[in-house]
Design a protein around this ligand. Structure first.
Ligand code: ADP
Ligand code: ADP
Ligand code: ZN
Length: 218
């Protein structure tokens, strides 16, 4: 697993972030989540955050320029030398092409691209039940992944939790549309390169992790 360079693809709420965190904790490969980076920029009120805020709340995609610049800077940091898990990037064909260029420049190749496949019908429940620890970011779900002790974060003991503003039933529709129109075309892009593996993201969290480990090793 060490040195693995992975892309996790899948619909909003499909479980990409959950699995990326499991692999990060287990194997020390960093999770690079463009969604998390953007939310940090929005929280800090940076120029990027100011531009991205309304777009994210509408469930649309932020411009390729902003995203590509963010990833280019992040991938240069020393912790990425041990491998990385791209979570929520690339999301458009131009982003995938830019990533190819970045990797060539750094003499890196991708280990594989994993599609975490989940039917649309499951995603509203996944997304509307999602919350996370305000202190450490650990992810939870009202029904599928509750903290072991009610009201207390398993990872850090924090007692404050947050919900994303875009995690509502109306915005999910726009996010799913963006996924099918702009991101799903990347699946054949990576399939043609022989990098694509599909796993069943509708299974319980532990089972998805097992499939992910198997697909990455294959
Ligand atoms: P993504 O990063 O793809 O948007 P998340 O990993 O945040 O998705 O998962 C969305 C929500 O669904 C979270 O609340 C998470 O706890 C929950 N979840 C993730 N994977 C599963 C699974 N396999 N079964 C049930 N719930 C899951
Ligand atoms: P999820 O996988 O649960 O939909 P993310 O946290 O990955 O959510 O993304 C949240 C929002 O941030 C997206 O709806 C979009 O507005 C923006 N975003 C994140 N990553 C990208 C990206 N690679 N390209 C464009 N917009 C992005
Ligand atoms: Zn916590």
């Amino acid at each position: 697993m060490k040195g693995t360079r992975l892309i996790l693809m899948g619909p909003p709420g499909g479980g990409k972030g959950t699995q990326a965190k499991v692999l990060q904790d287990k194997y020390g490969i960093v999770q690079l989540s463009t969604g998390d980076m953007l939310r940090a920029a929005v929280g800090a009120g940076t120029p990027v955050g100011k531009e991205a805020k309304a777009i994210m709340e509408a469930g649309k995609l932020v411009s390729d320029d902003i995203i590509i610049r963010m990833i280019a800077d992040r991938i240069d940091e020393p912790d990425c030398a041990n491998g990385f898990i791209l979570d929520g990037f690339p999301r458009t064909v131009p982003q995938a092409e830019a990533l190819d260029g970045l990797l060539v420049k750094k003499g890196m190749t991708l280990t594989c691209v994993i599609e975490v496949r989940v039917p649309d019908s499951m995603l509203v429940e996944r997304i509307t039940g999602r919350f996370s620890c305000a202190k450490c970011g650990a992810g939870y779900h009202d029904k599928f992944q509750r903290p072991k002790t009610e009201g207390k974060c398993d990872s850090c003991g924090g007692v404050e939790f947050t919900r994303r503003k875009d995690d509502n039933a109306e915005t999910v529709v726009a996010r799913l549309e963006a996924y099918h129109a702009q991101t799903a075309p990347l699946l054949p892009f990576y399939e043609k390169k022989g990098l694509l593996r599909v796993i069943d993201g509708s299974a319980p969290i532990d089972e998805v992790t097992r499939q992910l480990e198997k697909a990455t090793a294959a």
